[in-house]
Design a protein around this ligand. Structure first.
Ligand code: NAG
Ligand code: NAG
Ligand code: NAG
Ligand code: NAG
Ligand code: NAG
Length: 519
């Protein structure tokens, strides 16, 4: 492809909402350049290049820092405790309460239909078990709705080990896979096609136990069954008896495990990550070598969520020039009809407030400042990155040993999960739980789920200080050494130190103190 043809193609696509991908040529060129011709990136060189910013793909936004990061990699002594596990923090998972408390008689059946992606559904499953317990009901295995964004029709049974789930909770709540034939009319389709007496549609967000006893129990008792939908986020985190809180954690951290083929694939990926890196630079050779002996190497998981939805909604500038700005503005217009409050603010205002998601480049700078270097194995847990490989390539320059499920497993090995967003997310979740260090670039359901699960196991998790980073990134006169000092200082207490849950916060993100007792 020549530069000329990519220019023509992108001119045609200007104004359409799709991002013109022929631009990757421009990006690869630009990202390689600073290493070889730093002088091109003097202020003069930059303004010359910015003439073309309508058609170049996402380019590095912080060249002064990037050059510093490439020229001054961290040395060993600066990161002596970077990889060390967290010390004991004085709490451990609360002991199981040894009084089996299955109600003598079930008062009826309860059914829930769960929307959202995998991690939102996970929280919904935990809450459904808790509500069934509050009502002394029998729970039908939750039904997972097909999400408009993720488009995955996988059922509970396709994702989670259903027998382990039922078995683990057998002394707490009775759970069945399917309704008895008398109630087989109570389906997703039945509730979608009319107003039904057995459906509760009005559960408030964070409803209390009393609300369920007053509004759901009577319906269940008079009909023998009740369906609650929508159900996501419909159970409070506060003011519940401690046995209900423990039960929620038991579901999340013990009862919910992925089906064997997902765990096997995840373990395979982990063993390849831990085995010695392939120094020939072609990571694809790794699975062909057949070297699946368990290794001892350490790795970091980076959860990178940078999809178009999120980029557009943040209303920030991500360095893709005018074409990208227009594309994102158009996307906002179509999806939210201008109801994006953030678009009233300037990019600088948003950054100063820490309200812009970190780009792959910014994550690379953060990780380098923290002490990771080009011998760090980085696993990218990600669905899709807006801007594609062009936007990731700066990160790859800093971390050439970056891998993901497709670089570490063959198409045959991935066949069972390919094209299924929930199963792919489950594999990433599994690999993330095994990692020495986890860092998430953006708050969201996956971030929250892993922060909580890793806190429960006292595993190291870096939480980027977005407000600090935003301020540092807008300051164009910041030297690399100053940036690094500020980053190190601002992240001392954000590496997995246990945080105690505050009112209204999620028990699944902050399992202490409810589920983690003094050691
Ligand atoms: C990268 O960091 C490791 C410690 O994690 C250190 O042993 C190694 O020397 C560093 N590599 C470079 C090129 O500085
Ligand atoms: C559920 O059963 C327990 C004991 O098995 C009882 O204490 C509680 O009151 C029952 N709850 C309801 C809503 O009936
Ligand atoms: C890592 O960085 C060091 C020092 O900058 C350099 O000598 C080495 O070649 C780099 N290694 C890789 C694999 O890029
Ligand atoms: C930008 O960074 C420089 C160097 O650290 C510092 O002196 C200056 O105060 C910073 N500017 C702002 C607006 O924070
Ligand atoms: C918790 O949330 C409720 C409802 O949104 C709100 O009224 C209350 O003030 C919040 N409490 C705290 C401590 O944030």
């Amino acid at each position: 492809m020549s530069g000329g043809s990519s220019f023509r193609q992108s001119k045609q696509s200007r104004g359409r909402s799709v991002f013109p991908h022929p631009l990757q040529f421009g990006a690869i060129l630009l990202i390689l350049l600073p290493n070889f011709f730093p002088s091109l990136f003097s202020p003069l060189g930059r303004s010359y290049l910015s003439l073309f910013s309508e058609w170049i793909a996402p380019r590095p936004m912080h060249l002064h820092l990037l050059n510093g990061a490439l020229q001054h990699p961290s040395s060993a002594e600066q990161e002596s405790d970077l990889w060390s596990p967290l010390p004991n923090q004085g709490r451990k998972p609360c002991a199981a309460q040894n009084n089996p408390s299955l109600p003598k008689k079930s008062l009826g059946y309860i059914q829930v239909f769960l929307d959202g992606g995998l991690n939102q559904q996970r929280m919904g499953i935990c809450d459904a078990v808790a509500v069934a317990k509050i009502l002394n009901a029998t729970l039908i295995i939750p039904y997972l709705d097909i999400n408009a964004v993720w488009q995955d029709s996988s059922s509970f049974e396709d994702i989670f080990d259903i027998d382990h789930f039922i078995q683990t909770l057998r002394d707490d709540v009775s759970i069945i896979k399917e309704l008895p034939s008398d109630f087989s009319w109570s389906t997703r389709g039945y509730y979608a096609t009319g107003i039904r007496e057995t459906r509760i549609k009005t559960a408030p967000v964070h409803a209390s136990a009393t609300w369920y006893l007053e509004n759901v129990l009577p319906v269940m008792q008079s009909h023998g069954i009740v369906a609650v939908a929508p159900f996501s986020h419909r159970l409070t985190f506060d003011g519940l008896p401690s046995d209900i809180q423990h039960l929620r954690c038991k579901v999340n951290f013990q009862a919910l495990v992925y089906v064997p083929h997902i765990r096997t694939l995840g373990d395979l990926i982990v063993s390849r990550l831990r085995s010695s890196p392939s120094m020939d630079g072609t990571s694809t050779s790794m699975y062909q070598r057949g070297n699946d002996k368990p290794g001892v190497g350490k790795y970091v998981v980076l959860h990178l969520r940078f999809d178009k939805d999120m980029a557009a909604h943040s209303a920030c500038d991500f360095g893709g020039g005018k074409a990208e700005k227009l594309a994102l503005a158009k996307y906002r217009q179509v999806l939210w009809q201008g109801r994006v409050v953030k678009s009233q603010f300037t990019d600088e205002e948003l950054r100063n407030e820490g309200r812009c998601p970190l780009t792959p480049e910014e994550i690379g700078l953060l990780l380098t400042a923290l002490g990771f270097n080009n011998s760090t194995r980085l696993y990218l847990a990600s669905y899709k990155v807006y801007g594609g490989e062009a936007r990731i390539s700066t990160l790859r320059d800093l971390f050439p040993l970056m891998e993901d499920k497709r670089s570490l497993a063959s198409p045959e090995e991935l066949a069972g999960v390919e094209g299924k967003a929930s199963l792919l997310a489950a594999v990433d979740y599994h690999v993330s739980m095994q990692s020495d260090i986890f860092i998430s670039a953006s708050p969201g359901n996956m971030h929250n789920a892993l922060v909580g699960h890793r806190a429960f196991k006292n595993l190291k998790t870096i939480r980027p200080n977005l407000r600090l980073l935003g301020k540092l990134f807008v300051n164009e006169s910041m030297e690399w050494s100053e940036f690094r000092q500020a980053v190190l200082h601002g992240h001392r207490n954000r590496q997995g130190q246990l945080q105690i849950r505050k009112t209204n916060q999620s028990i699944y993100t902050y399992p202490a103190p409810d589920c983690m007792c003094p050691a």
